[in-house]
Design a protein around this ligand. Structure first.
Ligand code: F6R
Length: 246
């Protein structure tokens, strides 16, 4: 079901699978219409099914990623590309290793760079050099974070090193052997970086996200809930399942 929120194009799907299908279709359409498009990508549990469908369509329908460039939102500081919980490894496993993308055109911040500040500047410049992101995929944290922009993040923030909140560390501990293994800092695109994408799709599934979605859609834009800062963007689509729609 498509419905209008005051500022976003809101699509409520029956199931998480339908939401994954909807988002994958929008990404595939963009790739077909603009083979050289620049995609901003997210990790986490939410987009996994979406990436599965893109892989499936690449295999079945020749969905062609050969000229696509991608930029990921974030990476843990200290985790190298082969670390099982690094976001680079996640992207390789979920998408890049299964489609015909040129790995040289897939960018994820380098969490092991010796100079992290320089790495953040390099990442920003790389996005600018390629002409900016056409379509940015986002998930949302229970506390309203987008990428690793935790509550308090400024609307103008750029790619930088951030401390993760205790809540995010606890939530992400499910992917690690123990909570002590979860890195405490990460490199993240800033809210300002994200807002420069020409189109944004935020997706959320499951009842645990319904409060965050409600606040994002209906409360005034505030840094206390970084996803609500998307209200200032002219082209945002929010795709949720019934559970996340509350
Ligand atoms: C991932 C990211 C995060 C997640 C968010 C939701 O690259 O930047 O903001 O999108 O934490 O995570 P899941 O999908 O695991 O609920």
């Amino acid at each position: 079901m498509k419905t209008e929120s005051t500022w976003a194009n809101l699509i409520i799907c029956d199931t998480p699978q339908d939401a994954a299908e909807e988002v994958a279709q929008q990404i595939a359409k963009r790739v077909r219409e603009s083979p050289m498009c620049k995609l901003g990508l997210a990790t986490g549990g939410t987009p996994v099914e979406t990436y599965k469908r893109l892989v499936q369509w690449h295999r079945q329908d020749d969905l062609d990623f050969s000229s696509v460039t991608t930029f990921n939102l974030d990476e843990y500081v200290g985790l190298g590309p082969k670390h099982p919980q690094s976001f680079r490894r996640f992207m390789d496993d979920q998408l890049f290793d299964h489609v015909n993308i040129n790995l040289l055109n897939t960018f994820v911040p380098d969490g092991t760079a010796s100079d992290q500040e320089q790495e953040c500047r390099r990442y920003e410049s790389k996005i600018q050099e390629t002409g900016g992101i056409d379509l940015q995929l986002l998930g949302i944290g229970h506390n309203g974070h987008i990428a690793f922009n935790e509550p308090g993040a400024d609307a103008t923030s750029r790619t930088r090193v951030v401390d993760l909140t205790d809540e995010t560390i606890k939530k992400n501990a499910r992917f690690f052997e123990s909570i002590d293994d979860v890195p405490r800092t990460a490199i993240t695109m800033g809210v300002g970086t994200i807002l420069e994408a020409r189109k944004i799709i935020l997706m959320a599934t499951g009842p645990g996200k319904s409060e965050a979605i409600k606040t994002m859609l209906n409360r005034p834009a505030t840094s206390a809930h970084p996803a609500s800062l998307l209200q200032t963007h002219p082209n945002v689509t929010v795709v949720v399942d019934q559970a996340a729609a509350g």
